[in-house]
Write a protein that binds this ligand. Structure first.
Ligand code: MIC
Ligand code: SF4
Length: 646
């Protein structure tokens, strides 16, 4: 029987277990990626494991989330990460070099390989036909140390693309259409594999937009085949030797299928609140806006930023809004400069910012109370972007430019000259003399292991080692400290932005912000009560890979989370933190209920919960693999890994 792209990569990387649906497998990891906001923890964890050098083929430590160093602590983090990279054999991408995912697919991604990254948008690199998966820092630390990455064999959903995008309709609209159809939970347990005649019409940056935001469906990753377009992209990056062809066999079988006719799509907008709150532009055009923000790992490529510059040539953005652009990488920034395109942008009234994450996670450019911001980013929950009162709308760069010009949400198909501009940028991205601008001067290569011995790790007092993980008792008692609804994101559990970003290496301090936007008293209450339980709804912990959303509650003494279902990465992070993820109907529980959880039967997949306040009992499901049970019993992944290595 023929194999899909997914199966081909999985079968060449299986290290432990059987490649059968639903089985847990250990996957060999070729490349690892960390970034500054999850990376300090990941590297502290790597250090705790005690391996002398990184063992995977390539490990890259990026600085992008805190690159503007609003607080000195972030500069401390950067120096720590730099010295760790030198000591342990990783590449280090300096602040200003760009967003990890954009830089990674430009400079490191390789067809046929696996990549594990401590950021949920790691799948961006799957645009080149690799399996790039987002995970928590502890899992990445283990993979950097040469350990396998454990996951359940996912189902594969084929997304069959037909036709061709019309001018003004973008790759972003493809993924918004996927989100409109399957929602923010529709990809859970799946890898989304793209195929069909429409694939050949999409460039690598367009594919990268699609695989990037596949993360918002909850999918493990999304993958494109590696074809001639991939080869040409790698050639222009000076890396043709990294290419190999990788296509699904014609008789490959899939668990599910979605068909999208690219020719029939129209521009879309994810309206405030959730990435799947998608409406066609025809329904929402004319809506008021206050800000336009272009960039991020979703739409920060030269194809996107350059197109914006071509569309804004000789035009001016509307007077009553602000327009910001942050290119995805320095390569993109240099290309804009080299082609004279930055001038168009600045002249049109766009505020140019250095490459980085910035506004996407509320590190600057935070919209005001009730303000509407049109953004080319991938997330728009309330609280994302630095304020729970802001209203974020997700669009393509084309729709962002149309709206910037009009001063309200507008249809990009109506911009005069759009077809010519789309054609011009496509020619530019595929022309050798433009795209051959590569510049790795801000990527510091690893030092030879012999010299690495002498590197001294620089640690500021803000870099606080994790407290010891200890095995749990079989009977756990405590109150339901908070009860929340469905689709609670990691941004709800632990907000990002300038509020907390400098505290990513300081768990005791950052834990004070747990559930901050939902209930400012949560941390205090948890501490006073000596810990307890959290009750959630469906898809608890969707979104980012930040382990802090699990480790901060752990720091406050949370022992288990009761929820109807969990998002993949967060569930794994809870286990790694030694918190038991229990699936149970939480409707009958209320905040303040006194609970008792018995985990002596963890191996059976069932646990007993007693609600002492209501005098009732519930049976919870844990669905943990044997290894996960052992991790919980050890007190968390670090304690477990230490046990394994004596
Ligand atoms: C995000 O987009 O939410 C982040 C910030 O990049 C996170 C990682 C983090 O919390 O640092 C992610 O996507 O994993
Ligand atoms: Fe950075 Fe935003 Fe991408 Fe996260 S989603 S990596 S914050 S640009």
């Amino acid at each position: 029987m023929g194999l899909s792209v997914t199966e081909k990569i999985l079968s060449t990387h299986i290290g432990d277990g059987k490649l059968e649906k639903g089985e847990t497998i250990g996957l060999k990891i070729d490349q690892c990626l960390t970034q500054d906001s999850t990376g300090t923890m990941a590297w502290l964890e790597f250090e705790a494991i005690g391996v002398p050098q990184v063992k995977c083929e390539v490990a890259v430590s990026y600085v992008d989330h805190t690159s503007l160093s609003f607080k000195g602590e972030s500069s401390d983090d950067h120096l720590f990460l730099y010295t760790m990279a030198r000591k342990y054999g990783a590449y280090y991408s300096k602040a200003g070099n760009g967003v990890c995912h954009q830089v990674h697919y430009e400079r490191f991604a390789k067809p046929g390989k696996t990549l594990l990254g401590s950021d949920s948008h790691t799948p961006t690199s799957s645009s080149l036909g690799m399996l790039a998966i987002g995970a928590g820092g502890a899992d990445v630390a283990v993979a950097m140390g040469g350990g396998y990455f454990y996951m359940k064999v996912p189902k594969v959903m084929r997304i069959w693309l037909e036709g061709e995008l019309q001018p003004g309709v973008a790759a972003k609209d493809v993924i918004l259409e996927v989100l409109r159809r399957i929602g923010v939970k529709g990809g859970v347990g799946y890898i989304l594999e793209y195929a069909g005649p429409g694939v050949a019409s999409l460039t690598i940056p367009q594919r990268a937009t699609i695989t990037n935001m596949g993360a918002e469906t909850g999918a493990t990753t999304s993958v494109f085949p590696s074809d001639e377009i991939t080869r040409e992209f790698l050639r222009l990056q000076g890396r043709e030797r990294d290419w190999m062809e990788l296509k699904a066999d014609p008789d490959a079988t899939y668990d599910d299928e979605l068909v999208i006719n690219l020719s029939e799509l129209e521009p879309m907008v994810a309206m405030p609140g959730s990435p799947d709150n998608v409406k066609p532009i025809s329904e929402v055009k004319g809506h008021e806006i206050n800000q336009v923000y272009m960039g991020s790992c979703t739409n920060g490529s030269f194809q996107d930023m350059g197109l914006a510059a071509l569309l804004l040539r000789g035009r001016e953005v509307a007077k009553d809004i602000e327009v910001i652009m942050s290119p995805g990488s320095r390569q993109v920034e240099e290309l804009l400069l080299a082609k004279g395109l930055t001038y168009n942008l600045v002249k049109a009234g766009v505020r140019m910012v250095e490459p980085g994450c910035h506004g996407c996670i509320g590190m600057g450019y935070v919209p005001g109370y009730g303000h509407y911001s049109v953004r080319t980013v991938n997330r728009n929950w309330f609280g994302r972007g630095g304020s729970k009162h802001a209203r974020l709308m997700l669009t393509s760069v084309e729709t962002a430019v149309a709206s910037a010009l009009a001063g309200h949400l507008a249809d990009p198909r109506e911009i005069p000259g759009i077809a010519e501009a789309v054609k011009e940028i496509r020619e530019l991205v595929t022309s050798t003399n433009v795209m051959s601008i590569t510049d790795d001067s801000m990527i510091i290569p690893p030092v030879p292991p012999a010299d690495a011995q002498r590197v001294e790790i620089k640690r500021s007092p803000n870099i606080v080692p994790l407290r010891k993980q200890v095995p749990p008792e079989n009977t756990m008692g405590g109150e339901v400290l908070i009860k929340v609804g469905d689709n609670i994101s990691t941004d709800d559990i632990l907000p990002a932005g300038s509020l907390t970003q400098h505290l990513r290496s300081n768990l005791p301090e950052i834990s004070r912000f747990t559930f901050y936007y939902i209930d400012t008293e949560f941390a205090k209450r948890a501490e006073e009560k000596g810990g307890g339980f959290i009750a959630g709804g469906e898809n608890y912990g969707q979104g980012s890979s930040r382990e802090h959303a699990a480790f901060a509650p752990w720091q406050l003494g949370v022992k288990a989370v009761f929820a109807k279902s969990f998002a993949r990465i967060h569930r794994a992070n809870l286990v790694n933190a030694g918190i038991v993820p229990v699936m149970v109907d939480t409707d009958p529980m209320e905040q303040g209920d006194e609970m008792e959880l018995d985990i002596s039967t963890l191996d059976s997949g069932k646990v007993r919960i007693v609600n002492k306040t209501r005098g009732t009992e519930y049976e919870g499901t844990t669905d943990l693999s044997e290894r996960e049970v052992a991790i919980i019993r050890a007190g968390g992944l670090l304690a477990y890994t230490k046990q394994l290595h004596g």
